[in-house]
Design a protein around this ligand. Structure first.
Ligand code: FAD
Length: 264
């Protein structure tokens, strides 16, 4: 249980206050979740520092939709500037009350293996904009997750979505709309090439590069896709390893058909 709450007034103040004994308080839905491992002595509230605009930016000649990290799931759903694929992923959070509080930055930073958004963001080629103790840094979402420990105390300031015609389709498997998902898969198709992200309960969040290489090279069966990668999937309460490989194979095949048939 936190003992101290500091309400930062600027991005600079928030970043300077963050250390190993504190965590950022965004929407608070993960921090206040019963049983959450997100605990610290001090909470640094980032609710007053802005980071809530949705606009556009250009980096190295490439245009991006720039979504402030403090935008809530419901704000993203209500915004016509946000692509349908991300609005649909936000609806995986079934509670409107929670959608009014939970932020996109908080969801990425939580890096949960049943994440609502990470598979979709990875498949879309999204990037995160970070403030690492005053130094700005931009990284692909999957790379950020892999290298998160190299940026301790960094603040996600925004999420950048490539502003181009891109089709992304996602599917989430859980027992009920409000249960934790055991598998969320997203596939995008850009210029005829597939990109695949997945959140696999008890195995982690992945970009499935081995499967991308396979399906981008030739036509393969659902079974081959299921076998193509070692996800570190285990038998657990959600099903056997074999069942999850089967599910992964049929889901990727189905989403690839949708992504290729949609806008390119
Ligand atoms: C009943 C229940 C079920 C849930 N189920 C799921 C689920 O199935 N899938 C899922 O993904 N989530 C789930 N959540 C967790 C949570 O609702 C979401 O992950 C949410 O998006 C977290 O955002 P937040 O703004 O509330 O983060 P907070 O709770 O405020 O913060 C969470 C963590 O992110 C860090 N953080 C927040 N913002 C930033 C930032 N801008 N930069 C750097 N670090 C930051 C904080 O330091 C903290 O460590 C559930 C929560 C509840 C209460």
């Amino acid at each position: 249980m936190a003992e101290k709450l500091i309400i930062a007034q600027t991005i600079e103040e928030a970043v300077s206050l963050k250390d190993s004994s504190s965590i950022f308080l965004a929407g608070g839905t993960e921090i206040n979740r019963l049983g959450s491992s997100c605990q610290a002595e001090t909470l640094v509230s980032i609710g007053r520092i802005g980071m809530d605009a949705i606009d556009e930016t250009e980096i190295d000649g490439q245009r991006f939709i720039r979504i402030g990290a403090m935008c809530t799931f419901q704000e993203l759903i209500d915004s016509f500037s946000v692509p349908d694929y991300l609005r649909e992923a936000c609806l995986f959070m079934s509670s409107r009350t929670k959608r009014n509080m939970a932020t996109i930055g908080g969801n990425i930073a939580s890096a949960r293996d049943d994440s609502y958004l990470l598979a979709t963001l990875i498949a879309s080629g999204a990037e995160v904009e970070l403030d690492c103790k005053g130094k700005k840094h931009v990284s692909g979402v999957f790379r950020y997750l892999k290298e998160k420990k190299d940026y301790p105390d960094s603040l996600i300031t925004a999420v950048l979505l490539p502003k181009k015609e891109i089709s992304v389709f996602s599917k989430r498997y859980s027992n009920t709309a409000s249960s934790h998902a055991y598998l969320t898969v997203s596939v995008s198709c850009v210029d005829g090439k597939y990109r695949i992200g997945a959140s696999v309960k008890n195995a982690g969040v992945k970009r499935l590069v081995e499967i991308e290489d396979l399906v981008n090279a030739k036509s393969v069966s659902e079974e081959e896709i299921g076998k193509a990668v070692d996800l570190g999937i285990k038998d657990d309460m959600f099903g056997s390893e074999k069942y999850k490989r089967y599910l992964l194979g049929v889901t990727i095949t189905d989403l690839m058909k949708k992504a290729a048939g949609g806008k390119k």
